[in-house]
Ligand binder design. Structure first.
Ligand SMILES: [Ca+2]
Ligand SMILES: [Ca+2]
Length: 400
C-alpha cells in the first residue's frame, strides 16, 4: 500500500529489478551477521475470518480480553478468543467519514492506539483520511459509549490535529503510546516522488517526521500539549511537535516493551528499504539519503548529523518494507528480542537481532517467504505476534 502501483504491476517490477541485480542478495557487507534461516512461518489465526484491509491489530489496557482490528475503510472490530468466527463484532464504525480508494490506497483509516489508562478513561486515538476535504489527515480522540463499554462512541470525536496533505501517498499513519505516556505519530513526507518540497529536512513542517504529543494536557488553542522536553521546543521556525525527522514514509512504528527502544521502518523510493532506531531529535536523512546511500544529485554522503538506518535491504530483495515489532512472547523463545518485519511486495519475512552494546545488527534470519502482501504487525496481550494482509486475513506465527 505504500507504493503507487497496483499489486500485480509491482510484482512484475520486482521481478524486473531482480534480473538487474541478480548478484546482490543483501545490502549488508558485514559477514558477521548471522543470516541462518529459521523454520518459522505464518498461518491464518482466524481461518474463516476475512476483513476488508485489516490494517491495525492491537489491544487495550483493560479487563476485557479482546483484540481490536481496524479496517482501512474505517471500521474497528473486536475479536474474542473464538478462532472459528466468520464475522467480527463492530467496536466502532466511522466509515462514512473516512476516505479510502483502491487507486489512492495509502489513505484511509491508518492508525489506532488505546490510551495507557484506557481502563479509567476509555480514550482511544485514531488517524484517518477525512471525506471533508481532499487528502486531509485527521488525528482524533474517541471515547466509549456511556451506557456500553463494549462500544466506541462515533459521536465522541475530539479532533487533535488536521493535516492537509499535498498528495495522496506517504501519509505514515501509525499511532503508538510510548513508555513516557506520550502519543507518537508517524507522518510521511507529503507524497509524490523525491520529496519535491523538501519536507523531510524541513523542521517547519510536520511532514517527514515522527511527532510526540501529550494527550493528557491542553496548550492554549490546542486539544493536546507539547511535551516540554520535545527536542525542537523553542527553536525558531520549527514545529514543536517533531520528535525525529528526515523520514520518508514510516510504516511500522513500535516500542520494544522490554528496552523502550523506538523502532521505525522507513519505506524507500528507488533502491533501499530501511530499519531505524529512533532517537530524540534525530535526523534520518531523507531526502538527502536513502538507506545508507546518497540520494539524488542534491543528496549527501554520510554525515554525522544524518543518522543511517541500522539495517537496509535492496530492491532486489523487496520493494516496500512493512515494519513490525520486537518479539517478547513465549511461544518462540528463539525469537525473543528479535525485530520481526516483512516486505509488502515480495512477502518475505525476517527476524533481525540488534546488539545494543555493540550497536550493530548481529543477525537477520529469513523466516518464511509468505508471498502475502503483509501490511501490518500486531501483538496480543500475551505478547504473541500477528500479521495482516490486504487480502483480508490475520496470521499468527507457526513452526514449519
Ligand atoms: Ca500525503
Ligand atoms: Ca533514512
Amino acid at each position: 500500500m505504500r507504493v503507487a502501483r497496483q499489486w500485480a504491476a509491482s510484482i512484475l517490477l520486482a521481478i524486473g529489478a531482480c534480473v538487474g541485480y541478480g548478484d546482490v542478495v543483501c545490502g549488508q557487507a558485514d559477514m558477521a551477521v548471522d543470516q541462518t534461516p529459521l523454520r518459522i512461518g505464518i498461518r491464518k489465526a482466524y481461518a474463516n475470518l476475512r476483513l476488508r484491509r485489516p490494517i491495525v491489530f492491537t489491544t487495550a489496557n483493560e479487563d476485557m480480553d479482546r483484540i481490536f482490528v481496524a479496517s482501512q475503510y474505517g471500521v474497528i472490530y473486536q475479536l474474542g478468543s473464538d478462532r472459528t468466527i466468520d464475522n467480527a463484532p463492530v467496536f466502532m464504525d466511522i466509515e462514512e467519514r473516512v476516505t479510502y480508494k483502491d487507486y489512492e490506497n495509502e489513505e484511509g483509516f491508518l492508525g489506532l492506539a488505546f490510551h495507557p489508562r484506557f481502563r479509567e478513561n476509555g480514550y482511544f486515538f485514531v488517524y484517518y483520511t477525512t471525506r471533508q476535504e481532499p487528502h486531509t489527515s485527521v488525528i482524533a480522540r474517541f471515547s466509549l459509549k456511556r451506557d456500553d463499554p463494549r462500544q466506541g462512541d462515533p459521536d465522541s470525536e475530539l479532533e487533535l490535529l488536521r493535516i492537509r496533505q499535498p498528495f495522496w501517498n506517504h501519509n505514515g499513519g501509525n499511532l503508538v503510546f510510548g513508555p513516557d505516556g506520550y502519543l507518537y505519530i508517524s507522518l510521511g513526507d507529503g507524497g509524490a516522488a523525491n520529496d519535491p518540497f523538501g519536507n523531510g529536512q524541513n523542521l517547519g513542517t510536520l511532514f517527514g517526521s515522527i511527532l510526540r504529543i501529550d494527550v493528557d494536557r491542553q496548550d492554549p488553542g490546542k486539544n493536546y500539549a507539547i511535551p516540554k522536553d520535545n527536542p525542537f521546543v523553542g527553536r525558531p521556525g520549527a514545529c514543536p511537535e517533531i520528535y525525529a525527522y528526515g523520514l520518508r514514509n514510516v510504516w511500522g512504528l513500535s516500542f520494544d516493551p522490554a528496552t523502550g527502544a523506538l523502532w521505525a521502518a522507513d519505506v524507500g523510493q528507488d533502491l533501499w528499504e530501511e530499519i531505524n532506531l529512533i532517537t530524540k531529535g534525530g535526523n534520518y536523512g531523507w531526502n538527502l539519503r536513502e538507506g545508507k546511500h546518497r540520494f539524488g544529485r542534491q543528496g549527501s554522503e554520510a554525515r554525522p548529523d544524518l543518522i543511517d538506518p541500522i539495517w537496509e535491504y535492496h530492491h532486489s530483495v523487496g520493494k516496500s518494507i512493512t515494519g513490525g515489532v520486537v518479539y517478547r512472547g513465549k511461544r518462540f523463545p528463539e525469537l525473543v528480542g528479535c525485530y520481526l518485519y516483512a516486505d509488502y511486495i515480495t512477502g518475505k519475512l525476517w527476524a533481525l537481532r540488534y546488539d545494543y552494546d555493540e550497536k550493530r545488527v548481529v543477525a537477520n534470519h529469513p523466516l518464511q517467504d509468505t508471498g502475502m502482501p503483509i501490511i501490518s504487525f500486531g501483538v496480543d496481550r500475551q505478547g504473541e505476534v500477528y500479521l495482516t494482509d490486504t487480502f483480508g486475513f490475520i496470521y499468527e506465527l507457526e513452526r514449519r
